[in-house]
Design a protein around this ligand. Structure first.
Ligand SMILES: [Cu+2]
Length: 156
């Protein structure tokens, strides 16, 4: 049973990466709360056998003080962590970030290869084209809910 499942997941991977993604302008999302706005969010489409995926967005502050993203939650995953990708020697690895600093009148970009929200323990895996609702918990700016489209990264 196991080898068959392995083969199946390879096929699914091949299917997922074979077609070309078109970045849809309608996919851009925007929500604001307490001087923080979240824009251009999306969730990476992954094969149905995947356990985790990542969410990306730009967090823009018009606040006069620094804020922090403390945590996030979504109905489609058991937990959500803030991660960043760092280079250690020749390896790229993900590290957990406890409190993501959002500078006053600044912005933080969560994007492939950098900061991202890791959606851990998908239940079930959201399909491409679906929308994932994500609640962001900021220390000062409250807890805005963003609805993020599930899509493949541009260029795949
Ligand atoms: Cu991660």
């Amino acid at each position: 049973m196991k080898p068959l499942l392995g083969l199946l997941s390879i096929c699914v991977l091949a299917l997922v990466f074979v077609s070309v993604d078109v970045l849809d302008a309608d996919n851009s999302t925007s929500v604001s709360s307490g001087g923080i706005s979240v824009q251009q969010g999306w969730v990476r489409a992954v094969p149905w056998v995947a356990k985790n995926t990542a969410a990306y967005m730009t967090i823009i502050s018009s606040r006069t003080d620094n804020d922090q993203l403390l945590s996030a939650s979504t109905p489609v995953a058991e937990s959500v962590e803030v991660h960043r990708i760092v280079k250690t020697g020749r390896m790229m690895e993900m590290q957990r970030v406890d409190d993501l600093e959002i500078p006053a009148a600044g912005e933080v970009e969560l994007k492939p290869g950098g900061y991202h929200l890791m959606l851990i323990g998908l239940k079930p895996v959201p399909a491409e084209g679906e929308t994932v609702s994500l609640t962001l918990h900021f220390k000062a700016a409250g807890a805005p809910v963003v609805d993020l489209p599930v899509r493949r990264p541009a260029g795949y």
